[in-house]
Design a protein around this ligand. Structure first.
Ligand code: ATP
Length: 353
């Protein structure tokens, strides 16, 4: 049996259904991210796990126990929110001690546990500070220590990094992942930042309009997007409309250039349109390359992004972006120049939904 089960979960606010028949099982110690645009229902699912919202249908089961009738404080769940939400009139020590005191733990045991938690987040030296005397990143680490102190069975993180600046966000997400693995705590993380989700999760749920479009490892979500929505939401991606030339041989054309796909086209007819996905990093410039794994076109723009130069090339009606890695001596093609992009046939994915 899985540790956390969400079975047939639905949630409506008035006439609006914001979560539609959601099903998922999460293993003990797993780190699962819910990723999606604003309003897709990810926070609502998190809040149903926590007990702040009641599902309109379905059950939340943790460690074999149905949680539906339990109040938030009966669920033994730790939660960290986007806003730091520390008690402003309490020191760091007292913030972390709060849940332990409420649970009736003895003072010496509380002190020992607080010390252990502050050690975990490397803030032992700030135990006597107040929240206003600390940076946002430090406050979020205290919020994490406070959530973990009572040894919750599940940790819920609701966009805990989005109020922080870019550098701190990256270092804190790595720290969260390290602590999570060290403790082996089952964790559900909500974010709208695809890079964040890809970098720290065991699995990602890509939410779209109250449903999961895809649940998979970061590798699968990025490399094998199940739907057009996942393909476009996770990473920059070319979505190219191609014409079917011969379904029997998987032959398609982009503009007037023919390509034989590796993946079977399936039940489509000649003349129909299919959508193909191509990642910008999949191709490279190869002047004079011809055949099934090359496309020739005119360069429409070229942007220096630091580690890569992103170039956009017109092929028929399609505009295809591709990245060249920055290196000494690299000379990107000029706007207006005709150039050839080479890739492997398996880089072109058919997007069916
Ligand atoms: P965000 O990143 O913006 O928080 P989200 O994916 O987490 O987005 P939810 O917060 O789950 O989205 O909200 C889903 C939808 O449900 C939204 O349209 C929101 O306005 C609506 N909603 C959430 N809570 C309530 C509520 N208590 N009453 C009415 N509508 C609500």
């Amino acid at each position: 049996m899985s540790f956390l089960e969400l079975a047939g979960i639905q949630k409506s606010f008035g006439p609006v259904q914001v979560v539609k028949d959601f099903n998922m099982t999460i293993e003990k110690g797993e780190f699962v991210s819910f990723l999606g645009p604003s309003g897709c229902g990810k926070t609502t699912i998190l809040r149903m796990i926590a007990g702040f919202e009641t599902p309109s249908a379905g059950t939340v089961v943790i460690n074999g126990r149905n949680q539906n009738q339990l109040k938030p404080n009966q669920r033994n769940i730790g939660m960290v929110f986007q806003a730091y939400a520390l008690f402003p009139n309490m020191t760091v020590h007292d913030n972390v001690a709060f849940g332990l005191k409420i649970a009736g733990m003895e003072k010496s045991a509380v002190d020992a546990r607080v010390k252990e938690m502050l050690g975990l987040i490397h803030l032992d030296h700030l135990a006597d500070r107040y929240p206003y005397q600390m940076s946002g990143g430090q406050q979020q680490r205290v919020a994490l220590a406070r959530a973990l102190a009572p040894k919750p069975q599940v940790l819920l993180l609701d966009e805990p990094l989005s109020a922080l600046d870019a550098k701190i966000r990256v270092s804190l997400r790595e720290e969260i992942r390290m602590i999570q693995q060290q403790l082996g705590i089952t964790t559900v993380f909500v974010t709208h930042d695809q890079e964040e989700a890809l970098s720290i999760s065991d699995r990602i749920v890509v939410m779209n309009g109250g449903r999961a479009d895809q649940i998979g490892t970061p590798f699968d979500i990025y490399n094998k997007p199940a739907t057009r929505f996942v393909a476009s939401f996770v990473g920059t991606l070319n979505l190219i409309e191609a014409k079917v030339v011969d379904p029997a041989t998987n032959r398609i054309s982009i503009g007037d250039q023919g390509i034989t796909l590796r993946e079977p086209l399936g039940a489509v007819k000649a003349g129909e349109t299919v959508s193909l996905a191509l990642r910008p990093e999949a191709g490279s410039i190869a002047e004079g390359a011809k055949g099934d794994t090359a496309l020739t076109g005119e360069v429409a723009s070229s942007n220096f992004l630091g580690s890569v130069i992103r170039t956009r090339m017109k092929v028929g009606d399609a505009v295809i972006s591709f990245d060249m890695f920055n290196a000494p001596g690299l000379s990107p093609p000029a706007v207006g120049e005709v150039t050839t992009l080479r890739f492997t046939a398996s880089d072109l994915l058919i997007i069916r939904e």
